[in-house]
Design a protein around this ligand. Sequence first.
Ligand code: TYD
Length: 219
Amino acid sequence: MTVGSDTAPVPDPVEGLFVTFEGGDGVGKTTQAALLERWLTDAGRTVVRTREPGGTEVGVLIRDIVLHHRGEVAPRAEALLYAADRAHHVETLVRPALARGEVVIQDRYLDSSVAYQGAGRVLGRDEVRELSLWATGGLLPDVTVLLDLDPSVARARLDADDKPFDRLEAEKEHFHARVREEFLALAAAEPGRFLVLDASLPAEELAAAVRERLAALLV
Ligand code: TYD
């Protein structure tokens, strides 16, 4: 799906299917992306599974700054770094795959910027969304699966993983509460694009709900 703009270059036609997984840290996006990838591959579809930040070589460098830089990163700089990662990722990997008719399954996309930078860092959701739309030439997912979970439950899952927290994960509870609220508000504003699931349900049940939603689009 593409939102037009007078000044942006005309993008390639989009023919594949663009599916994104969104939600707070520790809600199980990676597990669901993997289950969906397996189902589609078994059904004979060509799938590109990717993520933001860090879906390209340039993105890996940006990911290291946004997640692991010790010391301050100004909120607007953080928003621009995520947008730069996204611009490069969409142009060099996502759009070409969609133009080949493939299915792109992506862990996080522009809704993460609106929730984390727009609401979490309080930069303003409209500005942050506009920035991402400019960066991507207006590419929106066909389907966005929002895995919704109480941040304190998600935090307990991350604690159990025993991995050190990155810059965003280390933010306080009220930051993550704002992020969750914003994701839910985004989903309510675009019910046609979003599928909201209760991420406390068993992984297989969630995967079945995702498959049901996509089945109609894949015929
Ligand atoms: P993620 O790759 O999901 O983390 P992990 O590898 O630990 O599962 O995302 C990294 C962090 O980046 C996550 O806390 C959310 C944050 N983020 C933003 O703040 N804005 C964005 O636009 C994106 C894509 C991610």
